[in-house]
Write a protein that binds this ligand. Structure first.
Ligand SMILES: *[C@@H]1O[C@H](CO)[C@@H](O)[C@H](O)[C@H]1NC(C)=O
Length: 291
């Protein structure tokens, strides 16, 4: 009797305790992430925002503060935030219709640099992307580098060498994924970044906020591939999504809003071209189904 009651009580206790524990874990996870991003940006402010003054305002006021006469690099130029993303991604589209891996990874590095100051919402995506970029770079520059110059070369080699996972079955140790699978995961994250950039650029004033739009993009592109805990963390993080002004200010510091939006739209189109090419190459090789 007493034992039965005790079991009942403890069952009830656990029913409440487990969701609470999960919630606390989530909060802890999010706090840790935001803290890391914030402190990270402070300690390497230079690389966080290499283009000069903090992107506080999109439209620069003319006034006494304009005294120092240095010319701000246009954001799509070789020194601009978007230019540094677009240049390597464009170069990754090689004339043979293949995807050059070292350029693709250089594009990703620049994209992560662009997205990181936007805060914790991107931390879970960019931390993951950074780890995958590093893993693939290790192959591109490793002992088998000859086989990792392009997507087609990599896929052919990994198939020949028996390195490919079986479709739909996740590898037991994700750290030892094949290059093809690592690329597939990056490819999905690129889709999300591209949709997000595109929607921020195309949004009309008074339309849905950037956070809502990127949340939709997340549900389309990434959520189906993420475990429950990550999906919940993402859902919460979208609530603190940076506003459109901050996006435009980071993308094109000092530019007017129209100009910044046009530049962001062109960057999104570049990412789309890379996404399309990669999607086609992966599909031809039956690699979209790697878990
Ligand atoms: C990418 O592919 C889609 C669907 O096939 C197409 O509508 C779009 O124009 C393509 N985008 C680019 C930039 O090539």
């Amino acid at each position: 009797m007493g034992v039965a009651l005790l079991t009942q009580v403890s069952r009830r206790y656990f029913r409440h305790a487990i969701p609470l524990a999960v919630l606390s874990l989530l909060l802890l996870y999010l706090c840790a992430r935001s803290f890391r991003v914030v402190s990270g940006c402070r300690s390497w402010a230079q690389s966080c925002n290499p283009e000069g003054p903090p992107p506080v305002q999109v439209r620069r006021q003319s006034g006494p503060l304009e005294a120092p006469k240095w010319k701000e690099p246009p954001c799509e130029g070789p020194q601009g935030v978007l230019g540094r993303v677009m240049e390597p991604f464009r170069a990754s589209l090689n004339p043979e219709g293949d995807l050059a891996l070292s350029q693709y990874l250089a594009g990703w590095r620049a994209l992560v640099r662009f997205l990181t100051p936007l805060g914790s919402i991107f931390a879970f995506a960019t931390d993951e992307a950074s780890a995958k970029v590093t893993a693939l770079e290790a192959r591109v520059h490793g002992p088998e580098a000859a086989h990792y110059s392009s997507l087609a070369a990599m896929a052919a080699w990994e198939r020949r060498a028996g390195l490919l996972e079986r479709p739909g079955i996740a590898p037991r140790d994700p750290a030892r994924s094949s290059g093809s699978r690592t690329l597939l995961l990056l490819h999905r994250a690129l889709r999300w970044s591209q949709l997000c950039l595109h929607r921020v650029a195309a949004a009309t004033p008074g339309g849905p906020e950037a956070g809502v739009q990127c949340g939709d993009a997340y549900r389309t592109a990434l959520a189906p591939h993420h475990p429950w805990l990550v999906r919940q963390a993402a859902r919460l993080a979208f609530l603190a999504f940076p506003g459109r002004g901050r996006w435009l200010g980071l993308a094109c510091p000092g530019a007017g809003e129209t100009e910044a939006r046009a530049a962001l739209a062109r960057a999104a189109a570049t990412l789309e071209a890379v996404y399309n090419r990669t999607q086609g190459l992966l599909a031809e090789r039956g690699l979209l189904g790697l878990a």
